[in-house]
Design a protein around this ligand. Sequence first.
Ligand code: ZN
Length: 345
Amino acid sequence: MKKMALGVLLFIGVVFMGFLMILGGGLSEKKVADVGSIGNVNLPEEVLRWKDKVTTECQKNEIPDAVPYILALIMVESGGNAEKTPDIMQCSESKGWPPNTIQDPNESIEIGVAYFASGLKSGENVDPLNVIQGYNYGYGYLSFCDDVYSFENAIAFSKQQSGGQRVTYINVISTSLGYSWRYNYGNMFYAQMVKQYLGTENNQGGSGEYGFILPVQNPIVSSGFGPRVNPVTGAYSNHNGLDFAQPAGDKIYAVADGEVVIAQADGVPVSGYGNCVIIKHDDELYTLYAHQSSMAVRVGDKVKQGQVIGYVGSTGQSTGPHLHFEVRLSLYGNFVDPATVLPMP
Ligand SMILES: [Zn+2]
């Protein structure tokens, strides 16, 4: 119910916002950005039912990786409700037609995806989030914004186009970003609204005994659980976790919902672990994330599965950037081999 309420809220927001389409002139076809392994989160069945059609159209337009962006966009534009809004990508205006001229959701996807592709192909490595924002502002935005999407850029464009005129604007996204207004041109929150339905493939729901997801993307296991010669001390000891040799700065994800009970620099009770976070999932299940370059959570934070809790580093007893990950059945022990409970590829 919560998801649906949110969807309805966003839908109302977007409908009132209208849909500005200004085709950017002189856009040449260049290399398309690698949009990587982004997936969707929190999409209802009403939207997911269009996935096959969206996939077909994205392939036709040679933007196969853009599927999650299109589905998230459909969610924001229409909530996927094709009965109420047959033009589910709200792209009638991109054809110069009055709003909601399109009466067939399939046609809306065909036209909408082609329009999205024209934005994504308008330069080299165009950030899909900039195209998303441009889907609302018009692609004139693509020659205004920086290479990488930023909310500040989106605000600046709306401010410029509106001449600084503000209007009251309150929804869950504006509120969460600390705003109760927007500039009176397009919707400066648009990409943020779409973004809430995007996540890494990691966030697709867990599996295994505890329903865990992987704590990193594209895991590179460098050391397994069990007895080994400690690479730092040289002593023979038990390795209580799994090491992922990810590049420094890679995101670390909470493997399940829980509460942060430890988030600290090296020291007792987790000496040698560097910047270390422990999440309590229940009284008999904890996960630990060690050697972080920086942490994104504090003690007491409630975290959701897939939430970024920190970044890979090499703090504490470590010979190079990696995530040392542990599963514990009590706060200070009862170690479980993570490989047996993680959805290892
Ligand atoms: Zn380790």
